[in-house]
Ligand binder design. Sequence first.
Ligand SMILES: *Cc1c(COP(=O)(O)O)cnc(C)c1O
Length: 431
Amino acid sequence: MADVRRNVPRADRVLADARLTEPLARLGRDLVRATLSEVLDDVRHGRLSPESTVETVVRRLPDTATGLRAVVNATGVIVHTNLGRAPLSPAARDAVVAAAGYTDVEFDLATGQRAGRGRSTIAALAREVPEAPAVHVTNNNAAALLLAATVLAQGRDIVISRGELVEIGDRFRLPDLLACTGARLREVGTTNRTHFDDYAEAVDENTAFILSVHPSNFFQTGFTATVPIEQLVTLPVPVVHDIGSGLLHPHPRLPDEPDVTSSLRAGAALVTASADKLLGGPQAGLLFGERDLIERLRRHPMARALRVDKLTLAALEATVTGPTSPVAAALRADVSTLAERARLLAEGLIDAGVSAEVVTSQARVGGGGAPEVTLPSVAVAVDATLAEPLRIGGPAVVGRTHQGRLLLDLRTVPDSADATLRDAVVAASRR
Ligand SMILES: *Cc1c(COP(=O)(O)O)cnc(C)c1O
């Protein structure tokens, strides 16, 4: 033991090693030091030889200076909230990097004067949705609702169906969010059925607006009734429509999912949505609606606290104007292409001595929308004991356990990641 102790390299000597110069410049001293002290601990306890110290540090260092690890999403759940919802397109990633330094987010380079924050992003959204008289962007959809309720309904009533008092996740509930703005909720109807008359009887001089919330994470079937926007707008108060998933136009594969354009055409005064669900962009809240309403929201002091970062604005604009997002691609992928990729992946695994089988699978949109829709998909089934080594491997791979096996569903894996996925499974099976 004493010998080992004497042989433990000194930290400052290791840090001076030329092989650590680049990692120190890229990741900073703290991260390298922290990794080094873990490695030295292993050397001290005889789990590693002193000679392997530097190479072990280099191997254990992350690619970037963050604890957030990149994940291959093989769950078949396209918009997976725990995995960061929508992955950004290459165009959106480039836009984030380009905006990361100084940028003209609030500055007009032509005149040298202050300019409207995020104006090019807002213009891009307005071009995509010509039905919208005005657009505003917040930190997320919850912030958009918070702002709308604060500005329009403080001390007044929001009329909402009992069937739409939604919990959005992690115990956060829409009615609680609305109530904390000082608005009163006037609940109408029942859990399963709400009629036009229920709304009509509740609307009076205290009503600020009717809120219609899309049930994006659950599905009601059986003896149910809801009132369409077209009918709600015949009442003499504004209708705010929280569509949830952020589709700007109807989607051919998701006929029951609401979209901004249709909702505005139906007469909604304000439509709110998330940008990181079916739109496939960064986390943000989108508000489309009447010019004077949007202007009131934009000017309220709270808007400053809910405002969106320049990196988000850049990614959002590139998502709206750029090529197909990964979410759109995953929704669109046809089963025969997935089957061919699965066949090649299984073959590669079997060649490497890992038992694997191609199976049909059911992918899902996820908490981001269309809860009733299953998307036909194809997966490669491997031994369930691989689940943990795959999760803690680099890159991390998350699949779905089903009937004692681990399914790697290819609908949520970009085809560019197939080789990475195969290598990760082979590495996990050797661990
Ligand atoms: C997801 C969702 C929200 C919350 O949106 P965030 O962008 O996560 O804040 C609110 N309402 C509905 C209907 C949703 O689907």
